[in-house]
Design a protein around this ligand. Structure first.
Ligand SMILES: [Zn+2]
Length: 480
């Protein structure tokens, strides 16, 4: 496969490119879904092909092919260069690439149990059994599913990169929906999007879906008769780690994508309130807020050995002691922003998509409190968890989130369950009110397998290390 990648790179150089790279990608995906005790769908798909990038002047060209022969590879390289030449004729900012060591290496994540080798019957039994259990415990609609991806990539560049990677990812989710007279309630496990990682089937076994199926169905039914979340302009809010993962994804992760900050990427609510001139001085949150983008975390969904430009995975500080200090970048965006090196955050969804800036594992570093300590330290507040709805403005600043479940906190104790909890805030003011942060034992690497970005659209796999957090003075229970 490296031979095809190198043939494409050579052809692009021969056609005038000053830089070229090629990525052969072979990806298999399997997904199964069950409903109310029966397996209803099984998807098994495979794609293999090559994407070539060429840079001429300040214009990129991209061309892909699913025909893996030397002749086709050379044609793809020449086509990428021809497109680069055409885009170079349109004036734009001068593009350079930050330097990166040209490594020859291989990388694979740790997998104890290959998810695609676990018998389909066993996986189907798991899903049908947990959905049956949810039905038996009061769910009107019980759904469960898993996804598994097995991806091999071969990357070569005109600078001498030659990198092979094998990445196995999988995860699962389930949810129980109950219908009341006037409303529907739902509980999901382990979160609205499930839980996914760069791990084998051991991840799904550790989730213990069977051990949680009855509980979530019963909680969904209890929610029907639970009181509404109170409406308060100011309260103490404790947020569980699953909802925190989405809070980080939407209000930090997307906001620090350098292509958005530079105005390159305006699709999917795609600019940012952050101004590069204030990096290093802007206060994003309280002193407790430390966020990194770290693609080296074992098992997290945004982990890899090298990004799709051959930049080695490495941790990047995004927020340190509450101050905004870093961005998610690639070689060209980093150079344009005056950064010394790429953040290694460029990936593509498939061989036939142009790599772009993507979250790796963007998450909070843990603090020193436990969830129980936060509850004990709260006289009057609300605890919420498991995302249900979200909205955030184009600049990633004003947001409103709804959660599946909440509890009143009174005098340091968890009180009544409440339904339809929501909270709202403005990025830096909200993060500035963070005053208690979960400790390392509660640090969870949540995975989001469905982050949409770009035109044509690409689906990204991102990770979000997260802990429960307490925020002071938050507006909750906003209706409508
Ligand atoms: Zn996203």
């Amino acid at each position: 496969m490296f031979d095809y990648a190198e043939a494409a790179v050579e052809a692009a150089l021969a056609a005038g490119a000053r830089y070229a790279d090629a990525r052969v990608m072979d990806r298999r995906h399997e997904a199964m879904g069950a409903r109310n005790g029966e397996v209803e769908e099984l998807t098994q798909e495979a794609s293999v092909g090559m994407g070539v990038r060429a840079l001429i002047g300040s214009g990129w060209g991209f061309f892909s092919t699913s025909d893996l022969t030397t002749a086709s590879a050379r044609r793809a390289g020449a086509q990428a260069a021809a497109i680069a030449s055409a885009s170079a004729s349109v004036s734009g900012p001068a593009l350079e690439l930050t330097p990166v060591e040209a490594r020859q290496d291989t990388w694979a994540n740790d997998v104890r149990e290959d998810p695609l080798s676990v018998p389909l019957a066993e996986k189907g039994d798991l899903l049908s059994n947990v959905t049956r259990t949810m039905k038996e415990h009061g769910a009107d609609v019980a759904l469960a599913g898993y996804d598994a991806w097995d991806t091999t990539k071969w990357f070569a560049s005109s600078e001498g990169h030659r990198i092979g990677q094998h990445i196995v990812e999988c995860g699962a989710q389930m949810n129980a929906t109950v219908n009341g007279e006037r409303e529907t309630q739902r509980r999901s496990y382990p979160g609205i999007r499930g839980q996914y990682g760069t791990r084998g089937w051991e991840l799904v076994r550790e989730l213990d879906l069977p051990g949680n199926a009855a509980r979530i169905a019963e909680e969904a039914r209890q929610l029907l008769s639970a009181p509404e979340c109170p409406s308060r302009d100011v309260t103490d809010l404790i947020i569980g780690s699953e909802q925190m993962a989405l809070q980080i994804h939407e209000s930090v992760g997307h906001a620090v994508e350098l292509d958005r900050i530079l105005g390159w990427e305006a699709a999917f609510a795609g600019t940012s309130w952050l101004d590069l001139g204030r990096i290093g001085s802007l206060r994003f949150g309280s002193d407790l807020m430390n966020v990194t983008a770290d693609a080296t975390l074992p098992g997290a969904l945004g982990s890899f050995g090298y990004d799709d430009e051959g930049t080695p995975a490495h941790p990047v500080d995004i927020v340190r002691d509450g101050i905004w200090v870093g961005v998610l970048s690639g070689r060209d965006s980093a150079a344009l922003a005056g950064l010394r090196s790429s953040g290694g955050a460029v990936r593509a969804d498939g061989y036939n998509r142009l790599p772009m800036v993507r979250m790796t594992n963007v998450g909070l570093l843990p603090g020193t409190s436990s969830l129980e300590e936060m509850i004990a330290a709260t006289d009057d507040g609300i605890l919420m968890d498991t995302n249900r709805s979200w909205s955030i403005d184009d600049k990633r600043l004003n947001f409103q989130f709804g959660c599946e479940i909440g509890w009143e906190i009174k005098n340091g104790k968890r009180g009544r369950m409440i339904k339809n909890p929501t909270y709202t805030g403005i990025g830096p003011r909200f993060w500035g009110s963070l005053d208690m942060l979960g400790n390392e034992s509660e640090w969870t690497f949540w995975g989001t397998p469905n982050c949409g970005k770009g035109q044509p659209g690409q689906i990204g796999h991102t990770g979000h290390p997260s802990v429960p957090c307490r925020f002071r003075g938050v507006r909750v229970g906003v209706r409508g």
